[in-house]
Design a protein around this ligand. Structure first.
Ligand SMILES: *[C@@H]1O[C@H](CO)[C@@H](O)[C@H](O)[C@H]1NC(C)=O
Ligand SMILES: *[C@@H]1O[C@H](CO)[C@@H](O)[C@H](O)[C@H]1NC(C)=O
Length: 418
């Protein structure tokens, strides 16, 4: 059995949702091994169930209480809070949500009791130089809508609960009571679908915290873009529109967007980010491996699997495929341009073929982690957060950055404690 990096786990979960059920089963087996290995070692933080959320109807897909992992701040960090949202794709209809309901992404009863904190969640100064002493929280993802859903009715046949937005409120309420209401500094971050949560809930998060606090958002790999796939179809647009309608998310998306565009489009960062008032720092690869695998060249868009090798390893792309991939980077930059380059906005757009980089010190902070303008993302984020310097860097085109490892396999190496 191979040992998987946490990021790999999220990638696999996405595939679960968007690929065929044959592939689903295959990945599920792999995942079960991965979870056992992953969550059983290292620096261990226990799970807290939010029991009183149940009476508010703030529950996971299966009706179970939501959960988070909390490591208390110390020293200079006691009044600083990092809230990091777990990723794991979305479910877009009753079938895919029923499937998810019986996994750790739909039920807290299925989640392991402990997880390890790495990267942006680490309590070690050498791995997490500016945030190691903060209160650090990993919010478990169990609603399938990036915490936007809210449907009152529960169908008695399926027993599915679409209550992501209520979960977000209930978890925040509990953390405020645990001391976050005295926060001086706070970051809402997250990876992948959790990165999207950090974007969609950014202003909402800020309103919960003291008005004098420095509150900012740092979405990682959550900037999913609305593009045609290689077959010319708009599958991600259709998929998001199904997510939003299944979960009743429209009322929880920014009204400035939903008053102009159909609600599904307001699930795309590019259509809401310019309306976010809270400072925000976007970490993403313009060659995001999940987006290449599932938006640009998904199984449905590539029925003969011509992209198989290219998707596994970007260095195996044919010249034609690489041209399309470079076109994707241009689309990404166009979608990012609406963020605006004021000092309160920042971005670290490294050309590494990867997905989620903050959750491991290998990519977050190590001396051999991806660098832009000669610094790591951990330093870029901290310099921006504390007002030491703005940061707006988009990398040169693949394969120009020697600090990239550039393969999903690279994620499997050198992970301390694994
Ligand atoms: C409950 O869900 C089932 C399965 O999707 C569906 O056939 C049925 O019509 C639903 N019932 C109600 C009252 O919506
Ligand atoms: C990059 O940073 C290192 C360490 O801080 C420094 O020694 C080196 O000179 C820098 N390189 C450039 C090109 O600025």
């Amino acid at each position: 059995m191979i040992r998987l990096h946490p990021n790999q786990m999220y990638i696999n979960f996405f595939w679960l949702e968007m690929e065929s059920s044959r592939i689903r089963r295959q990945w599920l087996n792999l995942l079960v091994c991965a979870l056992v290995l992953l969550e059983g070692e290292g620096y261990i933080i226990p799970k807290t169930l939010v029991q009183n959320a149940v009476s508010k109807g703030a529950v996971c897909l299966d009706g179970s209480p939501p959960a988070y992992h909390f490591d208390q701040g110390f020293g200079e960090g006691i009044n600083n809070w990092l809230i990091h949202i777990q990723g794991g794709g979305w479910c877009n209809d009753v079938t895919s949500c029923l499937y998810r309901k019986d996994t750790p992404l739909g039920s807290s009863y299925k989640m392991v009791d402990e997880v390890s904190f790495y990267g942006i969640l680490s309590n070690e100064q050498q791995y997490n130089p500016d945030l190691y002493s903060w209160n650090r929280v990993l919010v478990r993802y169990c609603d399938g809508s990036s915490f936007t859903g809210d449907v009152e009715e529960v169908n008695s046949t399926t027993n599915l609960h679409f209550r992501g937005a209520r979960i977000f409120s209930a978890v925040m309420e509990e953390l405020l009571a645990k001391g976050m209401r005295n926060a001086k500094n706070a970051i809402l971050s997250g990876c992948s679908a959790g990165g999207l949560t950090a974007i969609l809930h950014c202003d909402n998060f800020k309103t919960l915290l003291p008005s004098g606090a420095n509150v900012r958002c740092v979405p990682d790999a959550g900037y999913f873009i609305n593009v045609e796939d290689i077959s010319g179809a708009h599958r991600i647009e259709e998929f998001y529109s199904q997510v939003v309608s299944t979960h009743g998310s429209a009322k929880n998306l920014p009204t400035l967007c939903t008053s102009k565009l159909s609600p599904g489009l307001c699930f795309f960062p590019q259509n809401v980010v310019s309306q976010i008032d809270t400072p925000i720092f976007i970490i993403n690869s313009p060659y995001d491996s999940w987006q290449i695998n599932n938006i640009l060249a998904s199984g449905a868009a590539d029925p003969n699997d011509r992209w198989h090798n290219c998707k596994l390893d970007i260095s195996k792309c044919s010249p034609d495929q690489l041209r399309i991939v470079q076109g994707f980077k241009m689309e990404f930059e166009k979608a990012l341009s609406v963020v605006g380059d004021s000092p309160s906005k920042g971005w670290f757009i490294d050309s590494c073929y990867t997905h989620c980089q903050t959750e491991s010190q290998v990519t977050w902070s190590q001396s051999d982690a991806p660098h832009l303008a000669n610094i790591t993302m951990a330093k870029a984020v901290a310099d921006w957060f504390f007002g030491r310097s703005p940061f707006h860097q988009v990398d040169c085109n693949y394969p120009c950055n020697p600090t990239c490892k550039n393969s999903q396999q690279a994620d499997l190496k050198d992970h301390p404690g694994m």
